[in-house]
Design a binder for this molecule. Structure first.
Ligand code: ARG
Length: 459
């Protein structure tokens, strides 16, 4: 029994270990829908070009319809002996329709076939990820919309720096995910090129109409060099880079959620459905989802490194190494998709605790810069103002009070330029309102940004 496409040349069957080592069907069967779509477009073009007959095309279409039904019903029998998704589907087609099935592979190689399948599949996944990135942004904007006046201590070096609007902080992440979406849309352009027609590596002697196949499959154009078409996987690496950057952003947000939920901050709470308990400590409610999102970032980075390393030593053109592109790529897609979905839901349900945030901002002399600016605007050189305020903070620290709690006469004693209006400037709200610059944290600016994002995201 001939179980492999090339077996006439071989005098003994493949060893069991080699068979298992080289087979990819267990994971690449996930490409089945792309594989069928690619084959149908190829067959249709072959028939239009007179390479196969109209009845062959009809047989192939009929056979593929049945295979589709079998796979969807779960009754398709995937065989390890047939190595990969491509050979499994082709063998079943031949079983179903005979010679027409054997004509399908005319002018084609698995090398251009697999490159086409992966691109088609990835394009479909990208088209599902783009709305998820928009959903993540929408969740953040919705939290922002309710919190333009909520005051959070902004940190640098994890030390209280200046008060910021909590909405402003949420919108910082919106900017990051908006850039990620831009990046993904850009990756899509380079994913969406057709390798089919490159055949094994050099092109083919059949009069193929590659542009026609590209159009049928919705590709923006064809790969212009057959050697490049079958051998490069830079589109997958680029996707991995997009995914890594996106997960890096997710991970920073996750890290902040974990911190904010800690009793030492208590800035937010999460809905119970996103928390888990402890098997030993009855009091625990842990932010496991955020922690896992942070942790899963590592595996996405790992896949990017894996793909880069996979490609770096490969001489042109196709090498079996490329079969190793699939598991990291699949897992990257799954991880990013699931993470964006669950994080968007969780973010939307964040319970903000404004009093705790404000208390923390007041504890950290977050308005010290405002006092220095106040003096500078009244003619005190900024470096001198800085020094004066440092002294004032030291005094406050010794007495365990905030700057705004210093009696007016003591504030005035700091410098002759200090007037009766100084305490107003030292409030958290006064500090926020003062930063009324484009991109700044003044609630009036932040509200305008919320509006801009709502409009951009459509709702
Ligand atoms: N399963 C293979 C892959 O994933 C398909 C292409 C195999 N081509 C070949 N000449 N062995 O890359």
């Amino acid at each position: 029994k001939k179980s492999q496409a090339w077996s006439a040349l071989f005098s003994e069957p493949m060893s069991e270990l080699v068979k298992r080592y080289t087979a990819s069907v267990d994971f690449d069967k996930r490409l089945w829908e792309a594989d069928i779509a690619g084959s149908l477009a190829h067959a249709e073009m072959l028939s239009a070009q007179g390479v196969i007959g109209a009845s062959d095309l009809a047989d192939i279409q009929r056979g593929m319809a049945q295979i589709r039904a079998e796979i969807e019903a779960g009754s398709f029998e995937w065989k390890l002996d047939l190595e990969d998704v491509h050979l499994n589907i082709e063998a079943r087609l031949t079983q179903l329709v005979g010679d027409a099935g054997k004509r399908l592979h005319t002018g084609r190689s698995r090398n251009d076939q697999v490159a086409t399948d992966v691109r088609l599949w990835l394009r479909g996944e990208i088209d599902q990820l783009l709305p998820l990135l928009a959903g993540m942004q929408r969740a953040l904007v919705n939290v922002a919309a309710k919190n333009t006046e909520t005051i959070l201590p902004g940190f640098t070096h994890m030390q209280v720096a200046q008060p910021v609007s909590f909405a402003h902080h949420m919108l910082a992440y919106v900017e990051m995910f908006a850039r990620d979406a831009e990046r993904l849309a850009d990756v899509r352009k380079r994913v969406n090129r057709l390798p089919l027609g490159a055949a094994a590596l050099a092109g083919t002697s059949y009069p193929l109409d590659r542009e026609r196949v590209a159009k049928t499959l919705g590709f923006d154009g064809v790969c212009q060099n057959s050697l490049d078409a079958v051998s490069d996987r830079d589109f997958a690496i680029e996707f991995g880079a997009f995914a890594s950057i996106t997960m890096m952003h997710v991970s920073r947000l996750a890290e902040e959620i974990v911190l904010w939920m800690s009793q030492n901050f208590a800035f937010i709470d999460l809905a119970d459905r996103y928390c888990t308990g402890s098997s030993i400590m009855p009091q625990k409610r842990n932010p496991d989802v955020a922690e896992l999102a942070r942790g899963k970032t590592g595996r996405v980075y790992g896949h990017l490194m894996g793909l880069l390393t996979l490609m770096k030593g490969q001489p042109l053109t196709y090498n079996k190494d490329n079969q190793e592109d699939k598991e990291p790529l699949f897992d990257t897609v799954d991880t990013v998709r699931d993470t964006l979905r669950i994080m968007a839901e969780m973010v939307e349900g964040i319970v903000v605790k404004p009093e705790a945030m404000e208390r923390a901002a007041l504890r950290g002399y977050a308005t010290a810069t405002d006092l220095a600016d106040y003096l500078a605007k009244r003619g005190v050189p900024f470096r001198d103002a800085h020094e004066v305020v440092a002294h004032a903070v030291k005094t406050c620290l010794q007495r365990g009070i905030d700057l705004a709690e210093l009696p007016l006469d003591e504030l005035k004693a700091l410098n002759p330029k200090v007037g009766d209006d100084v305490q107003q400037v030292l409030t958290l709200r006064g500090s926020l309102d003062a930063r009324n610059v484009l991109g700044g944290t003044a609630p009036v600016q932040v509200r305008a940004q919320v509006e801009r994002h709502l409009k951009r995201l459509g709702g």
